[in-house]
Design a binder for this molecule. Structure first.
Ligand SMILES: NC(=O)c1ccc[n+]([C@@H]2O[C@H](COP(=O)([O-])OP(=O)(O)OC[C@H]3O[C@@H](n4cnc5c(N)ncnc54)[C@H](OP(=O)(O)O)[C@@H]3O)[C@@H](O)[C@H]2O)c1
Length: 375
């Protein structure tokens, strides 16, 4: 049985549609009976038949417990995850279920791997967080460069470079709030172990379409998952970067070079982070609830994975690209993973990265079906 929690949300509705287009019959769960009914009606009108709907609220433990049992697949898009994510995660762990979510929040990812992963190993649950635009592509690119590097990689760098949005809001208000959290809350890196550090502490440029694209460090699932895929020599450093690039050929104003260059120093200062957090939260209030669909369709996401030896020489590079609405990529990835988990199971219990959970070959096929391709 596949249960979709948060089905009535912006992301959840797209995941529900991607699931039924794959022939799945998810149970649609949310807190608003009215919104669930109109989603079920819309999918019914598209010719997918009548789906079961269930109301549940993260604040009501009993309604959560009734959702799933051992062997079921729970997909959660109820966020922000730091505030709302724990009840679904705990329910899946206690039930011994497979859990997939759309989080991109570093603090929540750390909790999944460090706090809930060991509990899941005991109950038989498999937890695969951030199975979305952030951070399936980097896990895939990282696994591919590790394989090409032949077990001698010392360091892997992943760059997420997103462009094409112009001045228009291309994320939902909830996702905007999450970006503010991401920029101002601690991230982490991998240096022979997880090390907590400010988000954006380090900066790197990636060559893309004849330009150098600036990106700042973030905490994500690659830091936990890629070292486990490395050979007996281990993987000593993993850094993941996130940056926006301009799709126009117009020269960038000075501010767009100076501000990113100063950001790492600013983000390392607690007082500056607090100020940015306040400004960001103020801006969130004025953001539109839903993103601009025309802007979404113009987005291009590039992901560059590079494996290096100890002296910094590149051993392998892989580039992946997804064109168009990133929410559709997220929906396609979650629908594929839910089906794969329901029909073939998942490799093992515990907190897992996407490649560990499903295998590299299967994941690459699934990612391509969702719209993510190797260049
Ligand atoms: N990693 C990625 O690449 C990626 C991609 C897409 C989204 N995301 C993340 O996914 C999450 C969802 O984003 P979104 O844009 O879809 O937000 P959204 O439209 O606000 O959806 C949030 C969902 O959570 C539900 N919810 C809120 N409070 C609840 C409660 N107390 N009990 C039960 N359900 C509750 C909402 O129900 P109602 O419908 O009743 O309001 C809604 O279904 C966010 O955290 C976002 O950052 C990440």
């Amino acid at each position: 049985m596949i249960v979709l929690f948060g089905a009535s949300g912006y992301t959840g509705q797209r995941v529900a549609e991607a699931m039924v287009r794959r022939g799945l019959r998810p149970i649609l769960v949310g807190r608003s009976a009215g919104r669930l009914a109109s989603l079920a009606q819309r999918l019914g009108d598209l010719g997918f038949g009548k789906l079961e709907v269930v109301t549940a609220d993260v604040g009501n433990a009993a309604s959560m417990r009734a959702l799933i049992g051992r062997g079921d697949v729970l997909v959660s898009t109820v966020g922000p995850f730091a505030r709302l994510g724990e009840p679904a995660l705990r329910t899946a762990v206690n039930a011994g279920a497979t859990y997939l979510d759309s989080t991109g929040e570093a603090t929540f990812i750390r909790r999944v791997f460090e706090e809930f992963g060991p509990l899941a190993e005991q109950t038989g649950a498999s937890l695969i967080p951030a199975f979305a635009h952030d951070y399936v592509p980097g896990n895939l690119a990282g696994a591919l460069v590790l394989r090409h590097a032949g077990g001698v990689a010392h360091r892997v760098e992943i760059g997420y470079l997103v462009g094409g949005t112009g001045q228009v809001q291309a994320i939902s208000r909830v996702a905007f709030a999450y970006l503010v959290e991401r920029a101002t809350k601690p991230g982490f890196t991998w240096r022979d172990g997880i090390q907590v550090e400010p988000t954006g502490l380090r900066m790197q440029t990636f060559p893309l379409n004849g330009r150098e694209c600036l990106a700042l460090t973030i905490g994500s699932t690659e830091h936990y998952a890629l070292p486990r895929l490395a050979g007996p020599n281990g993987l000593h450093e993993v850094d993941v970067y996130f940056g926006w690039f301009r799709s126009t050929t117009r020269a960038a104003p000075l501010s767009s070079r100076v501000i990113p260059a100063l950001l790492p120093a600013l983000l390392a200062m607690p007082a500056a982070r607090l100020l940015m957090h306040r400004i960001g939260n103020f801006a969130v209030r004025w953001a539109a609830e839903e993103p601009d669909s025309v802007a979404l369709a113009r987005i291009t996401s590039h992901v560059i994975g590079t494996a290096r030896n100890a002296s910094g020489t590149a051993l392998a590079e892989v580039r992946l690209m997804a064109a168009g609405d990133p929410y559709q990529l997220t929906a396609g990835l979650l629908a594929w993973a839910a089906q794969r988990a329901a029909e073939h199971g998942v490799s093992s219990p515990g907190a897992l990265g996407p490649v560990e959970a499903f295998g590299l070959e299967a994941l690459e096929v699934g990612a391509a079906e969702a719209g993510l391709h190797r260049l």
